[in-house]
Design a protein around this ligand. Sequence first.
Ligand SMILES: NC(=O)c1ccc[n+]([C@@H]2O[C@H](COP(=O)([O-])OP(=O)(O)OC[C@H]3O[C@@H](n4cnc5c(N)ncnc54)[C@H](O)[C@@H]3O)[C@@H](O)[C@H]2O)c1
Ligand SMILES: [Zn+2]
Length: 361
Amino acid sequence: VIKTLQSNNCPVYFGPVGQSPLHKFLSSAENKKAKKFILVDEHTLDSCFPRIAEQVDALKNAEIIEIESGENNKNIEICSRIWEALSELKADRNSIFINLGGGVIGDMGGFIASTYKRGIRFIQVPTTLLAQVDASVGGKVAIDLGGIKNLVGLFSQPQAVYIDPGFLITLSKREMLSGFAEMIKHGLIADKNYWEKLKKTGLEQIEQYTDLIYRSVEIKNEIVIEDPLEKGKRKLLNFGHTIGHAVEALSLEGGRKALTHGEAIAIGILCESRLSHRKKNLPETELSEINSFITSLFPFYTIDEMDFHRLIEIMRNDKKNQNDSINFTLLKAIGDPVFDCSCTADEIKESLRYYTSLKLK
Ligand SMILES: NC(=O)c1ccc[n+]([C@@H]2O[C@H](COP(=O)([O-])OP(=O)(O)OC[C@H]3O[C@@H](n4cnc5c(N)ncnc54)[C@H](O)[C@@H]3O)[C@@H](O)[C@H]2O)c1
Ligand SMILES: [Zn+2]
C-alpha cells in the first residue's frame, strides 16, 4: 500500500515504486510524449536503475545520464556538461527530469532541471536513507562552489517525490547510519514516541522502514510548511548541526578520517544534548538515554583539545550565525526544542570535552 503526504503542493509517495502512481504520471496523455531523462551515478545505475526500470514501464525509453558518485562532483562543471547534453538531446520545456540517487543526485539534478530553459519539471526518487528522510523534501536544490557546500542554489519543488525503502537493501551500513542520525534528530526535536520506536527498531529491520521514514518526513514537513524560507521554526532542524557541521568540515580538512554527514551529526547531537542539559535543563536521564543509544550505533571519533579552537572558528563562519554569538537549537526535554539559544565558546568547548569523555566511560 502506498502512503502519501503533501509537502508544499508536492506529493510524496511511500512504498514500492512499481505500486506508486509514477508510471501513470509518466504515461498519461499529456506526458506520454514528453522526453524523459534519468540522472544516476555508477552505484544507482547498478543498484537502483534495474529496480525502477523493471517496475515502471514508462521509463523504458528514458535517456540515462550518468555522473560519477561523490560530493566533489556536485559542482558547476558537471552541471554545465549536463545542460549541454540536454540541449544536444533536444530537451524542451515539456521534458521530465528524474533524479535517481542520494542527496548529491537530488540536489544537483534538481538544480540542473530548475535552471535549464528557466526550469523544467523534475521528480525526486531518493535512494539513500539520508535523501529519503531529509534531502528530497523541503524544496532546496543546490551545488557546491569554491569549497563551500550548497553555495549556489534555489528553492524549487519537484513534481513529486517517490520514496521506496526497497532501494535501501543495497546501501552500506555506514550510509544507512548516516540517514539514521537525521531520524534520531527528528525524534529528539519533535516526538518522544518516535524516538522510542527508533530505539526499538534499530537499523536492521528494513521492512519496518516505510512507517519510520514516513514519520520522519512528516516531522520535517510540518516544520518546513510553517517556515518555508527559514525565518524561524525551521531552525529546529538544525539541532545537532551547529557542532555537527563544524566537525564534518574539520574531518574533511587534510590528514583526517572523513566523516559522513550523519556520523558528524551524531557527534553534534551528543554535544548539543550536553549543552541542552546545562543550559535548558534537559533531564540527566534523557541525556544518558541519548548517549547510550548513539554511542551504541556510531563509531567513536577522536577530537583533540587542540582542534576545539578551529571548530569554534568554523562555527563562527557558518552562514547561519550572525555577529559573534553562536546559535543553537537545544532541548528542554526529548520532543521539546527551543531555537536561538546562544552559547559561549567556553560552553561549546566543555561540550566537546564531554563528548571526548564518553569514550572513557
Ligand atoms: N536539499 C536538502 O534539503 C538536503 C538535506 C540534506 C542533505 N543534502 C545533501 O545531500 C547530500 C548527501 O546525500 P547522501 O548522503 O545521500 O550522499 P550521496 O548522494 O553521495 O550518496 C552516498 C553514496 O551512496 C550511493 N548510493 C546511493 N543510493 C544507493 C543505493 N540504493 N545502494 C547503494 N549505493 C547507493 C551513492 O552512489 C554514493 O556513493 C549532500 O550533498 C547534502 O548537501 C541536501
Ligand atoms: Zn543534516
